[in-house]
Design a protein around this ligand. Structure first.
Ligand SMILES: [Mg+2]
Length: 315
């Protein structure tokens, strides 16, 4: 499996990761019996670049039939929770809305914990329409961030910035395909108020689109606001402590008996380690074994989730 050069220090780390494909039937059974709940990432685990990974949904279904509770957790809030339910249904997996966690659900939970809906505070969102719709469904009021083309005069920009709503109590940042300079500036203005919350969903620096193409992720825009305002955001997407703690608390999970499955060392395996979950890296997505560092070392790895299926009890 290890067909690349590894520095001696890294080798020690690799030695402590288990390749499930090389485990005996007894070891696999012991592994399966060691967790009750699975939290799985979506892109790179269930599908890749929009194409389903053959056998992965069947593996999820088999794990469910073995009594495992399956929750999905993604850093992509361009797609709504309802759309995720539909995608899963098309792939043959029955995952209800409440078992799907996205930056939208995390931001809503965070703002609810701050009592923002009850106090009627407005939320300024740099994010997808699906994110805004989710917050609105939860009773939160979102500022109008529709994008208009402005005449290129500083006076016009200043006039726009002078029209800021005074009701904004939180600035939320996630992936925003319609991101504009004006909205970034408005967000920065709102953040001048130290009482205005600064909450961030996904912080991914890169969004892999195809095998050879990567887009700029929301992390860079968060950095722009952070650098410009000097404000430090509360991150609630993967791999944040907030997300790990809230899911453990909300679902009453025993971290030691929870398995986190993901393809990203930085987002998935980091979150799993932070929460004290067992971690399984699948090599069907963005991260490679050679990229494993001491603080992103998974407990287990496998070429893809579908490769687990023939090893499961009863197969
Ligand atoms: Mg992924």
């Amino acid at each position: 499996m290890l067909d690349y050069e590894i520095a001696p220090a890294t080798m020690t780390e690799h030695k402590s990761m288990k390749d499930i494909a090389t485990m005996s039937k007894e070891e696999v059974l012991k592994f399966i019996n060691s967790f009750d709940t699975i939290i799985s990432d979506c892109d790179g685990v269930l599908w890749v670049f929009g194409n389903p990974i053959a056998g992965s949904p069947a593996t999820i279904n088999k794990l469910m039939s073995l009594g495992k509770k399956v929750l999905l957790m993604t850093n992509n809030a361009i797609i709504s929770v309802q759309q995720y339910v539909k995608i899963c249904r098309v792939l043959g997996m029955a995952i209800p809305e409440e078992d799907i966690f996205t930056p939208a659900t995390a931001i809503a939970r965070f703002l609810e914990a701050q009592d923002l809906a009850r106090t009627g505070g407005e939320v300024f969102v740099l994010g997808s329409a699906a994110l805004k719709a989710h917050l609105q469904q939860r009773g939160l009021r979102c500022s109008d961030t529709s994008v208009a083309v402005l005449p290129e005069e500083l006076g016009v920009l200043t006039a726009e910035l002078n029209k800021l709503s005074t009701d904004v109590r939180a600035v939320c940042v996630d992936t925003d395909i319609n991101l504009s300079y004006l909205n970034l500036m408005k967000a920065a203005r709102h953040l001048r108020d130290p009482e205005c919350l600064f909450v961030v969903g996904a912080t991914d620096a890169n969004i892999p689109i195809t095998e050879k193409d990567v887009y700029i992720g929301p992390g860079y825009f968060v950095s722009v606001l952070q650098d410009h305002t000097g404000r430090v955001p509360t991150v609630v997407g993967k791999p944040s402590r907030f997300l790990a703690d809230s899911i453990v608390q909300e679902r009453g999970l025993d971290p030691a008996r929870t398995l986190f499955i993901g393809d990203s060392l930085l987002q998935d395996i980091s979150l799993g380690r932070t929460a004290g979950f067992q971690t399984l890296l699948v090599l069907s997505g963005c991260s490679r074994l050679a990229e494993v560092q001491a603080d992103t070392r998974p407990d287990y790895y496998i070429s893809s989730l579908s490769a687990l299926l023939p090893l499961l009890p009863g197969n």
